[in-house]
Design a protein around this ligand. Structure first.
Ligand SMILES: O=P(O)(O)OC[C@H]1O[C@H](O)[C@H](O)[C@@H](O)[C@@H]1O
Length: 540
């Protein structure tokens, strides 16, 4: 099918789905009441992750319409194109081969051989640090690693290092600095000894403002502590595809870990951008993470669309966004150690799907990616869940539960899981006006008072959610979970007909910030809007 035919079929399929939506009269409670097998019919398991998607506004015919649409959009062949290294990132004319970063067994392709070499380089380096063979300028072993990077060069490894806390080595502490706000770096360095600190300058482009400025400040901090220029090599390594810029910064070639243009920033934690994970937890943990992701890659490649976890999640998102006009989706990991997961998801989903034109540059004419947000449970229950339950917007939720306790406090874990289950049940069931009235009367309110208060207490319910269950929060399951969402976002991009691999929308702000920074020293251009000019006068 040509791209024009695909675009026409997209528009027609969306209209058909909308017609199906208009006809639907069922409530979630009715769907459960009329189908005793609903959970069996609307759940799947793969790579150690169980997905219950029964609490969604889906009947078999809805799902079939969605699957038909995915087939019409050639989703299967697009998945094959992604995994085989076709130039799927059409605007930047390159493949998106993050799956090659987690290959298992012997390296077969050119990409895998490059990855294998890099893995050896990382392992050797980590061994030297862990065995205390790698010394700082004063002959002291390294105890602190500070990763300086932002966006994809920060969010993934930061989230994984926190998620895998039980695997941390006692001898090494890993820290992350991202923000251009100097408080981020200075607060982090406050209690560190420069003699025992090593910086990873993580930047695919090696030209990102925040990373450059933080790296320069870190360099001055090490020099001020007594290191000479030559000894800086003992305190700085880099991960970059811009080898020349990293060398110009003063990093010796053997301490530069490569990343390639076929690895997108938000998909890069599996590359040398994941070096902090190896330093914090050891190489075997990193390997298990890759293996978990690889098992999800295999599932994504092989499972039929109707049993394919990433595809199902993408279809559900598509259904709500196109037909239910949802504006956002919330991700709720019920695990303290996954507190940074929503931030990682935000970059993954919003940088990928926040587009207004299709792969050919034509206006979409239908909504693309929405807002992704969330926080770890149970904390959100005591703040924003109010809006999920009683607000006017329908916000589909993904709950992520971990079956095995993540601490010694097993009783608390049972409470955590009970809270997680109760939230999706409350979203589904709601509370009728009648029940709210009765509850109030039972609590001693007069009939009249109960009548007037009940609308405030009633909860609409009928609100959808997915629940994902991981057996354990270990490297393998975590790897599978992250790959699941990566492939979900890719599938969403295919369903929307957009290229999810570029992010040129972020460039304008960067260009303007340097113009503003420079103009503040000279005259502010007169043709700039008065608000910008006034803010510059007040602030700069
Ligand atoms: O790794 P870097 O080249 O420093 O890029 C870091 C980040 O900056 C950019 O602004 C992009 O929006 C991100 O996708 C990227 O991950």
């Amino acid at each position: 099918m040509t791209s024009e035919t695909l675009a026409l079929s997209r528009a027609a399929a969306i209209r058909q789905l909308q017609a199906h939506f208009e006809e639907q009269k069922w409530s979630l409670r009715e769907l459960f009441a009329t189908d005793p097998q609903r959970v069996e019919n609307f759940s799947c398991e793969a790579a150690g992750i169980y997905l219950d998607f029964s609490k969604n506004h889906l009947r078999q015919d809805t799902l079939q319409l969605l699957i038909d649409y995915a087939e019409e959009q050639n989703l299967n062949s697009k998945i094959s194109a992604l995994l085989s290294g076709a130039s799927i990132n059409n605007t930047e004319r390159r493949p998106a081969l993050h799956t090659a970063l987690r290959f298992q067994g012997d390296a077969k392709t050119e990409h895998e051989r490059a990855v294998a070499d890099c893995r050896v380089q990382m392992q050797r380096f980590a061994n030297k640090v862990h065995s205390k063979e790698w010394l700082g300028f004063n002959g002291k072993p390294i105890r602190h690693i500070v990763n300086i990077g932002i966006g994809g060069s920060d969010l993934g490894p930061r989230m994984v290092v926190e998620a895998l806390t039980p695997w941390h080595r006692d001898s090494i502490h890993v820290h992350f600095v991202a923000n251009i706000d100097g408080a981020d770096l200075s607060d982090t360095l406050e209690d560190l000894n420069p003699e025992e600190t090593l910086f990873i300058i993580a930047s695919k482009s090696f030209s990102t403002l925040e990373t450059r400025e933080n790296a320069l400040s870190a360099r001055r901090w090490i020099l001020a502590a007594g290191s000479n220029e030559k000894q800086l090599a003992q305190h700085f390594v880099a991960v970059s595809s811009n080898i020349v810029a990293a060398q110009d910064f003063g990093i010796t070639p053997e301490n530069i870990f490569p990343i390639w243009d076929w690895v997108g920033g938000r998909y890069s934690l599996w590359s040398a951008i994941g070096l902090p994970i190896i330093l914090a937890c050891g190489y075997s943990v990193y390997k298990a993470l890759l293996a978990g992701a690889h098992s999800m890659d295999n599932h994504f490649a092989q499972a039929p669309l109707q049993e394919n976890l990433p595809v199902l999640l993408a279809l559900i998102q598509f259904w709500y966004r196109q037909c239910w006009s949802t504006k956002s989706q919330v991700v709720l990991p019920y695990a303290q150690r996954l507190s940074k997961f929503p931030a990682w998801m935000q970059q993954l989903d919003m940088e990928s799907l926040g587009k207004s034109v299709d792969r050919d540059g034509k206006p979409l004419g239908y909504p693309s990616g929405g807002v992704v947000w969330g926080a770890e449970g149970t904390n959100g229950q005591h703040s924003f869940h109010q809006l999920l339950h009683q607000g006017t917007d329908l916000i589909p939720a993904d709950f992520i539960a971990i079956k095995q306790p993540t601490s010694e406090l097993h009783e608390q874990h049972r409470w955590l899981l009970a809270c997680c289950i109760s939230q999706s049940q409350a979203l589904l069931r709601g509370k009728s006006l009648h029940d709210a009235r009765q509850e109030l009367e039972e609590a001693g309110y007069t009939h009249r008072e109960a009548h007037s208060l009940a609308p405030h207490k009633a909860i609409p319910g009928n609100r959808p959610s997915n629940t994902l269950i991981l057996e354990k929060l270990d490297p393998h399951h975590l790897g599978a979970l992250l790959a699941l969402y990566e492939h979900k976002v890719f599938s969403s991009g295919c369903l929307l007909g957009i290229n999810p691999f570029d992010q040129w929308g972020v460039e304008l702000g960067k260009q303007l910030s340097s113009q503003i920074y420079q103009s503040a020293e000279a005259a502010i251009p007169e043709n700039w809007d008065s608000s910008t000019r006034s803010l510059m006068e007040k602030l700069l």
